[in-house]
Design a protein around this ligand. Structure first.
Ligand SMILES: Cc1cc2nc3c(=O)[nH]c(=O)nc-3n(C[C@H](O)[C@H](O)[C@H](O)COP(=O)(O)O)c2cc1C
Length: 257
């Protein structure tokens, strides 16, 4: 292990230390290693307390600028559930699940959440000025694409120009960029949720094999919302996992620079 310190803070600000609790790496890897996409579930139900704990765990995932542009729609109504299964192309992973959740990105709500953040910071004591400035100056620059995205070509041009000689943040640009931005944050919540479920002894299947337009209509979501994925949950049935886990040689994917 080598450590090269490139960045030396000029002055270490006085902040309270946040202790790093002792964690159980073995338990973590047991969760990761046993998480599989389950296509057929048994009839067991998931206690509400477990659902709540896992959804709370999902909302502890990292989120870009801490703007939390995600939503979890837990579909419990039987008619809506049936319609959601259909929108998931009647996959067994949806049809046999005891619980169905839709993870939704809300790029359109960045401004509302930004206002919440400013308000929350203003109500707190000892908030560094830089934190407030971040939400008053930087996030609007980064995320405001303008009405009908009118800023997009200007952002694109400014980004290219400013980024010629020194590092400049390139994304997100335009409405599609904002969608990707919201998907990233929401996908991390998905991963947290699936691992939390496994930690509680239950299983999941992420699904993008679905009709997102129908899912949005079912949940009354606006056009700008993005369905990151539907996740089914339950207890794996015997034979509910289709074969051994298959991964390509990690050498293809792990790069050291
Ligand atoms: C974004 C995403 C979408 C997926 N969509 C589906 C799906 O629609 N139906 C399905 O059965 N599995 C789906 N999967 C599960 C993958 O097929 C599965 O993760 C992959 O085969 C690896 O298996 P494992 O999850 O058991 O490790 C999806 C996974 C991801 C990450």
């Amino acid at each position: 292990m080598s450590k090269v310190k490139i960045f030396q803070p000029v002055e270490q600000k006085k902040r309270e230390a946040v202790a790093a609790p002792v964690t159980d790496a073995k338990a973590f890897h047991a969760v990761v290693d046993s998480r599989r996409s389950v296509r057929v579930y048994a009839d067991d139900l998931i206690p509400d307390s477990v659902m709540k704990a896992c959804m709370d765990a999902a909302l502890k995932a990292p989120t870009s600028s801490n703007l939390q542009t995600w939503e979890i729609h837990h579909v419990v109504d039987s008619k809506k559930k049936a319609a959601l299964v259909e929108a998931c192309l009647s996959q067994p992973a949806a049809g046999t699940a005891s619980e169905l959740l839709v993870f939704v990105g809300r790029p359109d709500l960045w401004k509302r959440n930004n206002e919440w953040m400013v308000k929350a910071l203003e109500e707190r004591e000892n908030v560094p000025r830089s934190a407030l400035q971040y939400y008053k100056k930087i996030t609007p620059l980064a995320y405001d694409q303008g009405w009908m995205g009118w800023r997009t070509p200007f952002k694109w041009a400014i980004t290219r120009w400013r980024g010629r000689k020194k590092p400049y943040p390139r994304e997100p640009i335009g409405k599609w960029g904002m969608r990707i931005w919201a998907h990233k944050t929401t996908a991390l919540a998905c991963a947290h949720f699936m691992l939390a479920m496994r930690a509680h002894g239950f299983d999941t299947c992420p699904m993008e094999g679905m009709d997102s337009a129908r899912v949005k209509r079912l949940l009354n979501l606006p056009k700008q919302a993005v369905v990151t994925m539907v996740i089914s949950a339950g207890k794996r049935a015997d034979g509910g996992i289709y074969g051994e886990r298959m991964r390509f040689d990690s050498a293809h994917f792990l790069h050291r620079h």
